[in-house]
Ligand binder design. Structure first.
Ligand code: GDG
Length: 732
């Protein structure tokens, strides 16, 4: 039976040990609280580290395991060395700073990378003890980027999803990682890869194109083996938990207690882990500027700054702690009076009651990270506002800003803008506050964490369906047997074969794909079989085809159907065609050659082709879109069509295509075996022209009209060999 297995660095519960006795506490953080109930409802399992190095457990592993089992959790024990090098090391000294654009804080150290790989293997081993190929495995976050690939190797048929909770940086940042290809390959082991925002998706797709050469269509990547979907799933919160918190008696009394302490001053709230990505220093500077510019608000506001201790053993975090302490001391010293401290600083983790009491009573929430995957505090603050009063000031660098446009959105580096936003927030009328919060709140209510997880699961299932449909179209097993049998017993067979990408793989320059001796021999044998016709249907010029296939008993179609040649006869034009349009089109293409290093124009008799295989993949793709747009206007009036092939844009007379060319042979009638193989868009016309019973085969895995798929030109060549063998057997 299929089961949900969640794998994250940490479990949703953390163990602690006091005087030899173990206790379990819910882990903090949005993931643990949000997904905690989801996986239990689904009767799933959660695998992760229970938060204590195994040396400290000394013999208590069994007890830990059995107590966690009751919560459907399975521990992955990490040694102190692993915690040091994998968790504090590569995860938090390399990936965390780099993915948050703090290049200057990033450590590049091979030893840490090795530890990271080994730790991912360790999680993989632990997963293999519980997971099977029938399970749905959902892997979380930056500590486990290699795990999808590792698990895929062991469980090829499992359904694997991956979600990244932090930003995926732009390619310019990601490329700095010496291990970038391995990380991308690791992620590609998943069937579905999810991010919080479209920007992160874009960055990821760009890295996939540049580093692995994978193109995509609407976020669907076709790797060598499978389809991988990349999509946006902005995480939600447990809305009702925060919405209802204000009604709890203990929260109400906490609010009263705090009000007595702060008085009727306006409360500005800031809550984060003490981390350099959170912009705490800049926030303090902006608050300083606000007090300086607005003396009328001194003694009338209090900034409650909650900083939760985090990664306290990492140098960078110790330094930050010192800096924050200093800044706070300076501001309190500068503006404070006997009865008033401008900043109330809480350096600790607060109980839920206190946290939600603060959300409830704060008139302003000042959330200004320099970079943040999403930021749940912003969402929790708005969800807590039963009366819809309160103003959220939110950094545009937080993923949450994409969904919370009604907040006062600021650039956290622009201190003046943040100071002005504080003033605007304090002075904002109640009507406006209600209007803004109401809209955000309704969105948060609808798209809560359960819905988020549910949608991720649904998408994962739908990707699997697409894959299964593709899988079913693979030409192998019974289908392959049928094809071979049909061919073996056929009396008149015809085979339409595209050349580039179908019989041979693509190469950088169009003139380098010349057939080698082996392929020529294969074609000679195949075409030499009595009552067998082989038609090479190519986009290449007739001169090239002529030269390459000279002396072989094959028919040929050149320039996507412009020229046709039957054995022993000269080349024939498919119909009357013009060439004078080239004078209009060539100059446009030339502009795009000049603007795109590596691009080139190939001129055929009746078509012009703009190639960008050797260009920078992103630029090439972008320029191809632009060129297509530029050409669209002109081509309509000139009766031309634009074909988009594999890294090419081709302009040719409309109403000429490979399918029309093929009908010339098809109409010669009485074929009892028909096969067509091709790999790109231009071959879709060929597939379309085939009668229903024909064996049409698409090389690669994108959507196609062909009945079957095959992985590569190598397999097509293999198939042709099998066919020759089958015929030989038949003829004894
Ligand atoms: C990653 C990404 C992304 C905070 N202080 C206290 C406390 N918290 C709770 C909040 C909130 C969570 O911790 C912090 O929210 P984040 O959004 O920073 O979540 P993380 O899990 O740390 O970070 C982040 C997130 O994943 C989800 O995908 O949004 O961008 O970095 O839930 O309520 N809870 C308690 N006391 C505190 O003092 N009880």
């Amino acid at each position: 039976m299929s089961r949900l297995v969640i794998i994250a660095n940490r479990l949703p519960v953390t163990i602690t040990k006091r005087e030899g006795r173990l206790s379990l506490h819910p882990s903090t953080g949005g993931l643990a609280t949000g997904l905690g109930s989801f996986y239990r409802e689904k009767k799933g399992l959660w695998l992760g580290w229970p938060g204590m190095p195994s040396q400290n457990l000394r013999g208590l592993e069994r007890e830990v395991t059995s107590r966690l089992e009751a919560l459907d959790c399975r521990p992955v024990f990490l040694t102190r060395h692993q915690v040091e090098n994998f968790y504090y090391g590569f995860s938090n000294k390399t990936l965390w700073p780099l993915f948050h654009y703090f290049v200057q804080y990033t450590t590049f150290d091979d030893r840490l990378w090795e530890a990271y790989k080994r730790a991912n293997q360790h999680y993989c081993q632990a997963a293999l003890e519980v997971a099977t190929e029938d399970d749905t495995i959902w892997i979380h976050d930056y500590q486990l980027l290699l795990l999808p690939g590792m698990l895929r190797e062991k469980l090829p048929k499992a359904s694997i999803g991956f979600f990244l909770h932090i930003p995926f940086p732009s390619f310019e940042i990601f490329r700095l990682l010496p291990w970038r290809e391995e990380i991308m390959e690791g992620l590609m082991g998943a069937d579905l890869i999810g991010f919080h925002t479209y920007d992160y998706v874009r960055h990821f797709l760009s890295s996939a194109r540049r580093l692995l050469g994978y193109d995509h269509s609407m976020g669907l990547i076709t790797t060598r083996e499978r389809m991988v979907k990349v999509d946006t799933f902005p995480i939600g919160i447990d809305f009702l938990r925060f919405f209802r918190a204000g009604e709890l008696p203990e929260v109400k009394s906490e609010i009263q207690r705090m009000k007595r302490r702060i008085g009727d001053r306006t409360v500005i709230l800031s809550v984060d882990r003490l981390d350099y990505t959170k912009g705490i220093i800049q926030r303090l500077k902006a608050y300083d500027l606000f007090l300086e510019k607005n003396p009328q608000y001194r003694e009338r506001v209090t900034l409650v700054m909650v900083a939760v201790p985090s990664r306290t053993k990492v140098d960078r975090y110790m330094e930050l702690k010192r800096e924050v302490d200093e800044q706070i001391g300076r501001i309190n010293g500068r503006y404070g009076t006997l009865g008033w401290s401008p900043i109330l600083y809480l350096y600790r983790s607060l109980p839920f009651t206190t946290l939600t009491a603060l959300y409830n009573m704060a008139q302003v929430a000042l959330i200004t990270p320099l970079r943040d995957g999403m930021n749940l505090v912003a969402k929790e603050y708005v969800a807590s506002k039963r009366d819809n009063l309160g103003v959220l000031i939110l950094s545009e660098m937080a993923g949450a800003a994409r969904e919370m446009g009604e907040a006062l959105i600021v650039n956290p580096f622009n201190l003046k803008e943040v100071a002005d936003a504080l003033k605007a927030a304090i002075e904002m009328g109640e009507e406006e506050q209600r209007g803004r919060n109401l809209r955000m709140k309704e969105r948060l209510r609808r798209y809560d964490v359960k819905r988020w997880a549910g949608e991720f699961m649904e998408k994962l299932a739908s990707v699997r369906e697409i894959q299964e449909r593709m899988e079913a179209k693979k030409l192998r097993g019974i289908a392959l047997r049928r094809l071979l049998d049909a061919y073996k017993s056929s009396r008149r067979a015809i085979l339409f074969l595209d050349y580039d990408g179908t019989l041979v793989p693509f190469s950088d320059r169009p003139d380098k794909a010349r057939p080698d001796g082996e392929l020529r021999e294969l074609l000679r044998h195949l075409a030499g079989i009595p009552n067998n016709r082989v038609v090479l249907v190519s986009g290449r010029s007739r001169e090239v085809l002529q030269e390459w296939f000279e002396g072989l008993p094959v028919d040929m179609v050149a320039e996507h159907g412009v020229w046709l040649k039957e054995q022993g006869s000269p080349w024939e034009l498919i119909g009357p065609l013009k060439q004078d349009w080239k004078e209009d089109i060539r100059p446009i293409m030339e502009v795009y050659v000049d603007r795109t290093p590596g691009a080139l124009i190939e001129e055929k008799e009746f078509s012009l082709v703009w190639h960008y295989r050797r260009s920078d993949p992103e630029l090439g793709y972008q320029r191809a879109r632009e060129l297509k747009d530029a050409l669209l206007n002109i081509t309509e009036n000139l009766n031309l069509s634009i074909l988009e092939g594999n890294k090419v844009i081709e302009v040719k007379p409309s109403n000429v295509n490979k399918g029309m060319a093929a009908t010339r042979w098809l109409s010669q009638g009485a074929w009892d075996f028909i096969m067509a193989a091709g790999d790109d868009w231009t071959d879709e016309d060929l597939f379309d022209a085939m009668p229903q019973e024909a064996y049409s085969i698409k090389v690669g895995f994108s959507v196609s009209k062909a009945r079957f798929n095959m992985d590569s030109p190598l397999l097509i060549q293999g198939l042709l060999r099998e066919m020759i063998k089958a015929k030989r057997e038949e003829r004894g």
